[in-house]
Design a protein. Structure first.
Length: 426
């Protein structure tokens, strides 16, 4: 049976033992950087959570190694040890100084749980206990750490749950930080690729936001009626093996497009597979519109291009839309082509026009604004290794695998995480 979102567990599987904070190993003084148009829309999103596993019994040694490495890597990624702030004009920024608390590190224990227990469908609710800051808005970074790490001792290993404030970084920057952290945990005295921290090079704009909460559409209108409760959502863990993914990709590419388009990528193939099946499960009418949204990396799309090491948010939504009947009646390559063309057409001009439109009338969206449509987050890099299974919502790592290629899918309110390739922290 799928876990129900919002339903409280009768017993807690995880017990918090200690809390501490980690700052950069060396003094850096006061630093600050304004948030730009690419960052601001995510203030009302939730903290971005990652969950990794390490198999082993030396919990104390692993925790010490991780905390030591964190202090070193924060010398470059110091913004994660800061807080959100506002200047005198009400423009949001990232602030850091040596007197702040830094990154929150929570240590916990769940010795009755094995890693294998978390791979079953019923383990979904326990996953939330292994990650900090569940359903915490990024806006709370005004008074909370921008990164919280929870290290939980399991029966046969360690769970590392991380919560990143999405208002200051996207998935590409997240995995750049994680890979750099992996480097220093593996013995490096410095990171190989320092982050590019000047956000204003991507777009030098100052946007003052009105973050007044909108009226609740479910609230009663003065007739005294109680507002209805929102529907409960169910969570389910899915797993696609590499062979499953290869079969899906092969099927989608079995009839190449006649217009000379390039073959569909793994991401596009898996995306249309999810889009078609979710649309069918919702029993939409043939004339109903269904939307699939991809959050695409814009680092090489903007003019001038930004380096891969750009630290911040440099993603933008790419929208596709078609009738449910067309999506279902046509072969998978129809939907894959819709996604592919939308991504390819999102060039520097389209990005600039979208930014100008948003800046003229800023709107802060939440995940719920996507409705029942499919939303995908995409980051692609060439993998170091292949051969690992793809796990949705949960990435099982036997030796601190740090993904080098990952695609994120969000259906309704649920995160879906896939990984093709990884790097070993030794």
């Amino acid at each position: 049976m799928a876990a129900v979102v919002g339903k409280k567990c009768e017993t807690k599987n995880v017990k918090i033992t200690t809390k501490s904070h980690v700052m950069p190993n060396k003094k850096l003084g006061r630093r600050e950087c304004q948030l730009v148009t690419f960052d601001l829309p995510y203030l009302a999103f939730y903290y971005n959570q990652k969950l990794l596993f390490y198999k082993g019994n030396d919990f104390g040694d692993m925790v010490g190694k991780l905390k030591d490495g964190l202090g070193l890597v924060l010398e470059e990624f110091y913004q994660l040890a800061g807080r959100l702030g506002k200047d005198e004009e009400g423009v949001f920024k990232v602030e850091f100084d040596d007197e702040m608390d830094g990154v929150e590190v929570v240590e916990a224990i769940a010795e009755g749980i094995e890693i294998a227990d978390l791979m079953v469908e019923e383990g979904a609710s326990t996953l939330k206990e292994l990650t900090p800051y569940n359903e915490i808005l990024n806006l709370e970074g005004l008074h909370r750490p921008l990164l919280s790490v929870q290290l939980t001792k399991l029966k046969d290993g360690l769970a590392m749950g991380c919560a990143f404030n999405h208002a200051i970084l996207d998935g590409t920057s997240t995995w750049h930080f994680m890979s750099s952290w992996a480097e220093v945990c593996g013995g490096a005295v410095s990171i190989s690729v320092p982050p590019f921290l000047d956000r204003t090079k991507s777009r030098n704009t100052r946007v003052k936001l009105d973050l007044t909460a909108p009226p609740d559409p479910l609230a009663s209108k003065s007739n005294g009626e109680a507002k209805p409760s929102p529907p409960q959502l169910r969570e389910k863990v899915f797993k696609f093996s590499e062979s499953d993914i290869d079969k899906i990709k092969s099927k989608v590419n079995s009839n190449p497009p006649s217009d000379g388009s390039k073959p569909f990528s793994t991401f596009q193939s898996l995306s249309v597979h999810i889009w078609r099946h979710v649309t069918h499960a919702r029993e939409l009418k043939p004339e109903d519109y269904t939307v699939f949204t991809v959050f695409a990396d814009c680092r090489k799309r903007v003019d001038p291009p930004m380096p891969e090491s750009y630290f911040g948010n440099l993603i933008q939504a790419v929208f596709t839309v078609t009738a449910a009947g067309l999506l279902s009646a046509n072969p998978p390559e129809f939907g894959a082509s819709v996604i592919q063309k939308a991504i390819e057409n999102h060039n520097a001009k389209a990005i600039d026009e979208r930014n100008k439109q948003w800046e003229s009338e800023p709107k802060i969206f939440q995940f719920k604004d996507a409705g029942v449509n499919c939303v995908a987050r995409k980051k692609k890099k060439k993998p170091l290794f292949r051969g690992f299974s793809l796990f949705f919502f949960l990435l099982l790592l036997l030796h601190f695998f740090i993904p080098k290629t990952q695609d994120y899918l969000l259906v309704g309110y649920s995160y879906i995480l896939t990984c093709c390739g990884s790097k070993l922290i030794t």
